[in-house]
Write a protein that binds this ligand. Structure first.
Ligand SMILES: Nc1nc2c(ncn2[C@@H]2O[C@H](COP(=O)(O)OP(=O)(O)OP(=O)(O)O)[C@@H](O)[C@H]2O)c(=O)[nH]1
Ligand SMILES: C[S@@+](CC[C@H](N)C(=O)[O-])C[C@H]1O[C@@H](n2cnc3c(N)ncnc32)[C@H](O)[C@@H]1O
Ligand code: SF4
Ligand code: SF4
Length: 317
């Protein structure tokens, strides 16, 4: 079994698998969304058996322990239960998903039974009009029902809220109240300069500090120690509630990034911002697979130490 590491000592623990690239929402910060009702998209999807074959090869070579299913919108993937149970049958028990929850109410229990452990749900507003402005879909109640069904099904749930200045920055406190009331951890995300927002996200950037200042108008809180390789920094309020912030732009976490990505075409990538797909076929020799995975590891953002300061060469997504 190979120990993957890049020149900065960053390892590999989590594979993010993009099951498909279509979506049934049209979030204004994301390029995956469409104005069409993609839920009725009949284009062929990559079979679950193919994903399992590729994941099995990576697992056998690296001892991979954590998979996160994402997309596009993973709940639009028709063989979702099969892919989850197939991953579980490989011996990987930490199976997570990131979803908009639009279709979660009807599937939460089945997915939990298939082996899904947790779901991170995107929720950017508690106000119906702002929800529509952010997602181009009117059905905030469906998302909330999806979250509540996931909690009832015994899934671990976290909320992801992308905050954009001038669009939904006044939703920070209402989202926080909802999360505290339902005892669900929430992370606020700085908007990333990627996709159609590449080079243009600055005007919408509501920084980690802006979010903390907003939360401080209602709560007092203290910072919790950062867990290694965590996307978020966490704080705890005086009442004991916890919230996180993913400072993609102002406090990136590239220094101990431990993930690789697999797309629906069977390409592996080292970084959110990589443009160089590395095709896997699942039947590589151990040496060939090692070479491809190492190549992917080297796609991660370069880190340069200037004195004790850590800075990135390129700030990608
Ligand atoms: N720059 C960068 N941002 C990422 C990466 N993975 C996730 N993010 C950011 O973190 C947000 C939340 O990601 P999730 O899909 O919920 O997963 P996660 O936070 O890595 O997962 P857990 O820690 O297991 O909950 C994303 O929307 C991105 O903003 C990554 O590899 N690079
Ligand atoms: C691309 S979506 C895929 C999974 C699913 N459709 C969802 O929305 O949760 C994964 C995550 O990326 C985040 N995301 C997409 N574009 C972003 C951007 N420009 N800045 C910050 N986060 C972004 C979403 O909020 C979501 O949490
Ligand atoms: S729900 Fe997810 S994939 Fe779909 S548009 Fe929103 S962020 Fe993008
Ligand atoms: S931008 Fe690349 S290196 Fe940085 S955390 Fe994301 S995937 Fe890892």
């Amino acid at each position: 079994m190979g120990e993957l590491q890049d020149i900065y000592g960053r390892g590999f623990k989590t594979l993010r698998v993009s099951l498909l690239s279509t979506c049934n929402l049209g979030c204004i910060y994301c390029t995956m969304g469409s104005e069409d009702e993609i839920a009725y998209d009949h284009r062929p999807q990559t079979p679950a058996a193919r994903f399992i074959e590729l994941i099995a090869a990576v697992h056998a070579h690296t001892g991979l322990k954590t998979i996160r299913l994402t997309g596009g919108e993973p709940l639009l993937y028709r063989e979702l239960e099969a892919v989850i149970s197939g991953i579980k049958a490989l011996g990987i028990t930490d199976i997570r998903m990131t979803s908009n929850a639009f279709l979660l109410e009807r599937s939460a229990e089945k997915l939990q039974q298939a082996g899904l452990r947790s779901v991170n749900v995107s929720l950017d507003a508690m106000d119906a009009n702002t929800f529509f402005a952010m997602t181009r879909r009117k059905q905030l109640p469906r998302t909330l029902q999806g979250i509540e069904a996931a909690i009832d099904a015994g899934l671990e749930v976290k909320i992801n809220s992308v905050i954009m200045r001038g669009k939904n920055h006044d939703e920070v406190l209402p989202l926080l109240e909802y999360a505290f009331e339902h005892k669900v951890p929430i992370r606020f995300l700085e908007v990333m300069s990627m996709g159609h927002l590449f080079g243009k996200a600055g005007q919408y950037l509501f920084t980690q500090q802006n979010m903390l200042d907003t939360i401080a108008t209602r709560y007092s809180f203290t910072r919790l120690p950062r867990k290694p390789s965590a996307t978020a920094n966490y704080w705890q309020t005086a009442q004991g509630d916890v919230f996180g912030i993913i400072g993609n732009e102002s406090a990136p976490f590239c220094q101990d990034c431990n993930r690789l990505r697999l797309d629906a075409e069977g390409n592996i990538y080292g970084c959110l911002s990589s443009n160089n797909p590395i095709a896997l076929n699942g039947s590589e020799s151990s040496g060939e697979l090692n070479e491809k995975l190492q190549q992917a590891m080297h796609q991660k953002q370069s880190l340069h130490f200037v004195g004790s300061e850590l800075s990135m060469m390129h700030i990608g997504g």
